[in-house]
Design a protein around this ligand. Structure first.
Ligand code: NCD
Length: 326
């Protein structure tokens, strides 16, 4: 297993599946009254978040705590970066305290890759700018596999602000690693430049017309709606919110058409949702929605990632397997 998790491409198919399978045991643990296992006793995990987060930060913190690691949260605002310290100095300062893992969210694409060159600790990317968010892709894959079984040949459609989305980039890699077919849909202004070269790969398609994808002969197994990331937009990517919803929102009417073609279709969103913009409340709260399953899977998957990265030796491995199966 790799020492760092910076990109979803760091994980082979076997490694991806190994993490998802460990997450199944972790999810069992999550359902118990007493959730602690001693696996990471004596290890220290620092969550260093330079961008806002609800789900990712709290689930990494819970994951570390349930595995008995000492976890500490640092935010950009409360740390010395607000006094002008460089990312390199901040990272090296924390590393000098002999921590075992640094979970980093940063607004700059490539920040985690940079930090990994400077520190001895394992670096886990919790979202770097518009680049990647590998643990999100793992928890999405976990949620899909729980409902659909193996993903080979499954048709997953990602819709929305692809240009600014690290969730999209990591998901395409992980879904393809697991053999799914992926269609991505966005207005032309939010379609990443250069995506034409990706389209050359098997099982990957792009489109601007969401209705054509919904009505095509290829039923959709899951539709993943991505947030319109206004905080990363500098200009006008679409005329009005209303027009975006008309063209690309998962409305009640579109969900009905998806369900008519495949009653088992799943509705996903990584959160935070802009209700009424990219997803209607009717769709977010529909029986097909697995949005809260995704959140729940987030803790189990992050426990599994910490386990594979930090508790690599066999003795600790036996320890966790015993605690989980006890
Ligand atoms: C995503 C993120 O921060 O990249 N959210 C998340 O981690 N659950 C997606 C988003 O912000 O839209």
């Amino acid at each position: 297993m790799t020492r760092h998790l910076i990109s979803s491409a760091d994980l082979s198919r076997e490694e991806t599946i190994a993490i998802l399978e460990t997450a199944v045991s972790m999810h069992d643990l999550q359902r118990r009254d007493v959730k602690k296992v001693p696996t990471l006793r004596g290890r220290t995990v620092i969550n260093l978040f330079f961008e806002d987060s609800t789900r990712t930060r709290s689930s990494f913190e819970i994951a570390g705590k349930w595995m008995s690691a000492d976890t500490i949260n640092l935010s950009g605002k409360g740390s010395s970066t607000s006094k002008g310290e460089s990312l390199r100095d901040t990272a090296r300062t924390i590393d000098a305290m002999s921590v075992d893992a640094l979970v980093i969210r940063h607004q700059a694409s490539g920040a985690c890759h940079q930090v990994a060159q400077w520190v001895r600790a394992s670096v886990i990317n919790a979202g770097d700018g518009m680049h990647e968010h590998p643990t999100q892709a793992l928890l999405d894959a976990y949620t899909l596999r729980t409902r659909l079984g193996e993903l080979d040949g499954r048709h997953i459609v990602l819709v929305g602000d692809l240009t600014h989305s690290r969730v999209f980039r990591s998901n395409v890699i992980t879904l393809k690693t697991l053999g799914a077919r992926v269609t991505v849909v966005a207005p032309p202004t939010l379609m990443p430049s250069g995506i034409g070269t990706w389209s050359a790969t098997d099982g990957f398609a792009t489109g601007w017309d969401l209705d054509a994808v919904i009505d095509s002969d290829d039923p959709v197994d899951a539709v993943m709606m991505l947030r319109v990331q206004r905080e990363r937009m500098s200009g006008g990517y679409f005329p009005t919110a209303r027009e975006y919803t008309v063209g690309y929102g998962l409305t009640r009417e579109r969900l009905e058409r998806l369900v008519a073609r495949n009653p088992e279709v799943l509705v996903m969103h990584p959160g935070p949702m802009n209700r009424g913009l990219e997803i209607a409340a009717d769709a977010a709260d529909a029986p097909q929605s697995v949005v809260l399953d995704q959140v729940s899977a987030g803790v189990a998957v992050r426990m599994a990632v910490l386990y594979h990265l930090l508790a690599g030796d066999e003795s600790t491995r036996d320890d966790v397997e015993r605690s989980v199966s006890a």
